[in-house]
Design a protein around this ligand. Structure first.
Ligand code: ADP
Ligand code: MN
Length: 250
C-alpha cells in the first residue's frame, strides 16, 4: 500500500534499485513493519545498494539476492511469525551466549538472527568455507553471496560431484574444525545446508550451538548420522562412533 510506496521512494532516493518486480509481490508477505525498518537502516548505512529477487522461501526465513557496490549479498530475513518458535527457544536456552533471552516472539527472532551472525563469524574465523557474515539488524542478516550471476551455488543434493569420497572427507574435516576451533556443533547438517561449487560450503547456522549446550553431543551425533546416511549412497562411509571419537579427541 501507501507505506510501501513511500518506502520504495525513500530507498530509491538513496540509490537502491529494486531489481525485480517479483520482489514487490513477495514483499507484501514477508516485509512487515519491523522488517522494513531494519531494511531501511541497512540501506541507510550503505550496506545494501540493490535488492534483487527471492532466492529461497524456507520454514523460518526468506533469502533474497542483493548487492553492495556490485558485490553479491544474501539477505536472509527471518519471519517474525514463524512456526518454529518453540524449537528456537530450546536451542537458545541451552546456549550460554543467549540463555538470558526471554520474552517476546520478536525478541527471540532478533536473538536468533544475531546467533546466526555470530556462528557464521566463528566458522569463518576458523577458516571453514561458509558465507562471511557482513551485518545484521533486527531480523535481517546480510552475508556474502555464494553463487554466480545472481544464482546461488547448488545445494549438495543437487550438485554434480565427481569424487564423493573426497567431498565426504572434506565435510568431516569442516565438522571437526567447527568443533575444535569454532567450538560449535552445526546441529542441522544435511545435503540441504551444504552448497557445492568446486568445494563444499556450510550454510544455515542459526541453530548451531556452543559445546556447553546440554544437547551439543546429541546434535553432533545427529549431524554425523545425516552425513553418513546421505553419503553411504555414493561412497564408503566411516563408522559413526569412530568419527565422533576422532573428532572429539578422546
Ligand atoms: P533456511 O532456514 O530457509 O533453510 P538457509 O540458510 O538454508 O535457510 O538458506 C536457504 C537457501 O537460500 C539455501 O539453500 C541457498 O539456496 C540460499 N542461500 C542461503 N544463504 C546463501 C548464501 N550466503 N549465498 C547464496 N545462497 C544462499
Ligand atoms: Mn537450510
Amino acid at each position: 500500500g501507501e507505506e510501501y510506496e513511500r518506502f520504495d521512494r525513500e530507498i530509491e532516493t538513496m540509490g537502491v534499485r529494486i531489481k525485480d518486480a517479483d520482489t514487490v509481490k513477495v514483499r507484501d508477505d514477508v516485509f512487515d513493519e519491523v522488517t522494513l525498518i531494519a531494511l531501511y537502516k541497512l540501506v541507510h548505512k550503505k550496506l545494501i545498494s540493490a535488492i534483487g529477487g527471492p532466492i529461497s522461501t524456507g520454514k523460518e526465513a526468506n533469502v533474497f539476492y542483493g548487492e553492495r557496490d556490485g558485490r553479491g549479498l544474501a539477505i536472509k530475513i527471518y519471519r517474525i511469525q514463524t512456526a518454529n518458535f518453540k524449537a528456537m527457544t530450546e536451542y537458545l536456552a541451552g546456549d550460554r551466549r543467549f540463555s538470558s533471552v526471554r520474552g517476546t516472539r520478536k525478541g527471540l527472532i532478533f536473538a536468533w538472527t544475531k546467533k546466526e551472525f555470530s556462528n557464521l563469524a566463528r566458522a569463518h574465523e576458523a577458516g571453514i568455507p561458509a558465507p562471511e557474515p557482513l551485518a545484521f539488524d533486527r531480523n535481517i542478516l546480510l552475508m556474502e553471496f555464494l553463487g554466480e550471476d545472481e544464482m546461488p551455488y547448488p545445494q549438495l543434493r543437487n550438485a554434480e560431484v565427481e569424487d564423493y569420497g573426497a567431498v565426504y572427507r572434506e565435510i568431516l574435516g569442516y565438522v571437526e574444525r567447527l568443533y575444535r576451533e569454532a567450538r560449535l556443533v552445526h546441529a542441522d547438517l544435511s545435503e540441504y545446508n551444504i552448497l557445492y561449487h568446486e568445494k563444499p560450503y556450510l550454510i544455515d547456522m542459526g541453530q548451531a550451538v556452543t559445546l556447553d549446550h546440554p544437547r551439543a553431543s546429541a546434535f553432533l551425533v545427529r549431524d554425523i548420522k545425516n552425513l553418513n546416511r546421505y553419503f553411504s549412497r555414493y561412497c564408503d562411509v566411516a563408522d559413526e562412533e569412530e568419527i565422533i571419537k576422532t573428532l572429539v579427541g578422546t
